[in-house]
Write a protein that binds this ligand. Structure first.
Ligand code: ATP
Ligand code: MG
Length: 379
């Protein structure tokens, strides 16, 4: 069987690697160059987009910002999973808020900003600490502006005046003082069965994910139930097939949805070694209609992103339970170059291994690692 993935980055690469043992071949479409390639070797495959769609059993996406004409082509073939509306919901924060609000799913207090003149009324409605997010094409904290004190208002006014807000409105959200960020990742198949992984706890720095730990520490059963319920309601509302990620803010015992990602997700990379079935295999299973895999965690895992950095020793692989996934991309500031998964038997053991890991890494690129290791050791 064959799957075509829209997008040719690391997620398609990891899907390819997870699908191979199932006898499933994965092609990737580089949507910028409109070329079908092998997602691991990046070698160009001699086939047109139309041919590739016709040749595969299923078309899917590794990211939500796929040009709509391509999504339409795939949707028309009847092979696109998840469906086009679900992908577009993840690509557009206005649609995302609509689906959350219309299903009574708790999320951040927000307003849609269609014109720069609406800034004052937005501040009146949401308070004076606000995060503005471009409704489309943002990722890893790009396309976001923060208003933390009123002195910054003229600067924002100026920035927003240069944007085409009629075409791409902003979603303004109250800046929340949450206790932590968690995510729930799971799969839904065409018969509506849902299987979620354990919840991950996510640490961000400058709007970018640096570390995930799963299962999240100190998680009440009721919180897990609530997150699973939120996940299932969103997946059902979207008639979703495949792996879906839901990012959540936890405040006390309550949960608010931050955003949804209609795909495998960075905060699910820990499942490669930390769960019985990894998210990439699970996605392939779900979209091809195979039985969903067992999602149980195996030990506790930390996933550490390698961001903008290439200089570290492969000797880190000597740490028991430590695995490297390198994406083979050209280095750029703030670019995700790869990640490390470390599996351990306990949080203390995990924290110890993270401290050992730091001996092999330039610490300035991993600003959260030491404190998180210490926190896990103390937990
Ligand atoms: P990614 O692609 O990494 O998921 P993104 O660019 O899609 O990021 P968001 O997830 O919306 O953007 O925001 C990035 C980070 O900014 C969040 O993980 C969180 O740390 C912070 N953030 C976002 N919204 C809020 C909010 N309303 N209040 C406080 N912090 C927020
Ligand atoms: Mg996010």
């Amino acid at each position: 069987m064959k799957v075509l993935v829209f997008g040719a980055g690391q997620l398609a690469q990891m899907m390819y690697l997870a699908a191979a043992p199932l006898g499933v071949e994965v092609y990737a479409l580089d949507v910028n160059h409109r070329e079908v390639i092998n997602p691991v070797s990046k070698a160009k495959l001699d086939m047109s987009i139309d041919y590739a769609i016709q040749d595969v059993n299923v078309v899917t996406a590794e990211f939500e910002h796929v040009p709509e004409d391509l999504l339409e082509l795939a949707e028309k073939s009847g092979k696109l999973h998840p469906n086009m509306a679900a992908i577009l919901t993840g690509a557009d924060r206005v649609r995302e808020k609509q689906i959350l609000d219309s299903n009574d799913i708790p999320n951040c207090p927000h307003r849609i900003v269609n014109d720069v003149s609406e800034l004052d009324e937005t501040i009146q409605a949401l308070g004076n600490k606000i995060i503005f997010k471009a409704s489309r094409d943002g990722y890893d904290g790009y396309g976001q502006w923060r208003l933390l004190n009123m002195d910054e208002k003229p600067k924002l006014n100026q920035a927003f005046a240069s944007l085409d807000l009629k075409r791409v409105p902003l979603v303004a959200e109250t800046m929340l003082n949450f206790d932590r960020e968690i995510s729930i990742i799971g799969a839904r198949n065409a018969s509506g069965e849902v299987a979620c992984f354990d919840i991950a706890e996510n640490l961000h720095h400058e709007g970018q994910l640096h570390v995930s730990v799963a299962p999240a520490t100190n998680l009440k059963k009721t919180t897990t139930q609530e997150a699973t319920d939120i996940f299932t309601r969103i997946a059902n509302a979207l008639n979703y097939v495949g792996v879906l990620a839901v990012e959540l803010f936890q405040i006390g015992d309550s949960l608010l949805v931050n955003e949804i990602a209609p795909r495998v997700h960075n905060s699910g990379h820990w499942t490669q070694k930390g769960a019985n079935t990894c998210q990439f295999e699970q996605h392939v299973r779900a979209v091809l209609g195979f039985p969903l895999g067992y999602t149980k965690s195996q030990g506790v895992t930390a996933m550490i992103n390698i961001i903008g950095c290439t200089s570290f020793s492969r000797d880190l692989l000597s740490i028991p339970g430590c695995h490297l996934h390198w994406y083979g991309k050209e280095v750029r500031e703030k670019r995700k170059m790869g990640h490390i998964n470390i599996v351990a038997d306990s949080y203390k053991d995990l924290g110890d291994k993270m401290l050992t890991l730091l001996q092999y890494l330039p610490e300035e690129y991993f600003p959260l690692l030491k404190d998180e290791a210490k926190r896990l050791i103390a937990s």
